[in-house]
Design a protein around this ligand. Structure first.
Ligand SMILES: Nc1ncnc2c1ncn2[C@@H]1O[C@H](COP(=O)(O)OP(=O)(O)O)[C@@H](O)[C@H]1O
Ligand SMILES: [Mg+2]
Length: 344
């Protein structure tokens, strides 16, 4: 089932007294551990589930080398020397503010913009050597949905399915997947923004693509819709699809991506897994609220060497503590630190 996480058992060693502790959690989950021997608190992140790749051949799905693109009549490079690779069974997130060059990069890779510099290879073949059969193997969710407004949702998908030579997924199944089955026979013109967004997303899967491009797929959706779309994306990764996800939403990137690339002004500033980024750039803190003379005081402590922090220990012993929890830097904070720019 979608969204199901297997429970993993791990042995961790207490950093303070070296006691071995057995702990359980879901893949990708971060939990707090209390050492039963010395009472040291720690944070443990369970590894994200290993994606299962369908194919045992070349794991590389996309390789982009030093690409550049300038729009006609523009004097500025919209994409300026971008390089990265994506493996099958991997979600690669392209994270950056509006105008950074995310959509342009996606358009270059899928062959919509001619006259780019650098090299693009998809499924082991240079983009220039691909003919229209490339479009049977990739799926694209465009930033702005374009459907036939006068046709129903079902008719739209049936029409798009007819464009493909290979096997396609049953349109009604796709509508069920995005919970639009009840609206299947409604004209798209009557759809809300969120419904159009879901239909656009469903359409990008119609040929069951090996490489899947998604440009801001959660735009215009409510929290329930976002959750649904994100669960499908995670499910498709498990099937071994290579996923290129473009977003300016750091929460989505954090939750979904195996690796993220930070893009600003057409340039990739860094590529790293969200977890690594947080470990490397993010300081973990413990937030405490305690009562002093009837007032609620808030204080943050560095998680590092907390067991030796006298102020912290005194507070704990004084029994005036009301709440205690840990917090870590968000991708948003790290983005600003790494690029000097805000995401929004
Ligand atoms: N069709 C176009 N013609 C000229 N300039 C464009 C066009 N599309 C985008 N741009 C410019 O290229 C840059 C990158 O845009 P885009 O790739 O759409 O960014 P993002 O998807 O990250 O928001 C921006 O400066 C934008 O104004
Ligand atoms: Mg865009």
């Amino acid at each position: 089932m979608m969204g199901d996480n297997n429970i993993i058992t791990k042995k961790v060693v207490c950093p303070h007294c070296k006691n071995e502790i057995t702990t359980q959690g879901a893949s990708g989950e971060t939990i707090e551990i209390l050492c039963p021997k010395c009472n040291t608190k720690g944070i443990f992140a369970f590894p994200k589930e290993e994606p299962v790749s369908k194919s045992t051949t070349d794991p590389v799905a996309i390789e982009v080398n030093n690409i550049e693109f300038t729009y006609p009549k523009s004097n500025k490079k919209a994409v300026n020397g971008v390089s990265f690779g994506i493996n099958k069974g991997e979600i690669f997130g392209f994270l950056g503010p509006n105008g950074a060059g995310k959509t342009t990069t996606q358009k270059v890779i899928i062959g919509l913009l001619k006259g780019y510099g650098g090299n693009v290879s998809i499924l082991g073949k240079d983009l220039q050597s691909w003919k229209t059969d490339l479009y049977n193997r990739i799926g694209v969710g465009f930033e702005l949905p374009n459907h036939y407004q006068k046709l129903t949702a079902l008719e739209n998908l049936e029409l798009f399915a007819s464009f493909y030579r290979g096997k396609t997924i049953e349109p009604m199944k796709l509508l069920e997947m995005v919970e639009l089955e009840k609206d299947a026979n409604q004209r798209v013109a009557t759809f809300s923004k969120g419904m159009k967004s879901k239909l656009n997303f469903a359409r990008s899967l119609i040929n069951d693509p090996e490489v899947w491009f998604l440009d801001e797929p959660t735009t215009g959706l409510d929290p329930v819709g976002r959750r649904l779309i994100k669960n499908i994306i995670l499910e498709k990764r498990k099937e071994g699809k290579a996923i290129f996800l473009t977003t300016h939403n750091m929460l989505d990137a954090d939750e979904l991506c195996d690796r993220v690339g930070f893009i600003v002004d057409g340039k990739l500033k860094l590529i790293e897994s969200p977890r690594e980024l947080k470990i490397r750039h993010g300081k973990k803190i413990v937030k405490l609220e305690y009562l002093k003379d009837g007032d609620l005081i808030k204080q943050d402590f560095d998680l590092k060497n907390l067991a030796d922090n006298k102020d912290f220990l005194d507070l704990l012993r004084s029994e005036s503590v009301q709440t205690i929890h840990t917090a870590e830097a968000t991708l948003d904070d790290i983005f600003i630190k790494a690029t000097g720019r805000q995401l929004k």
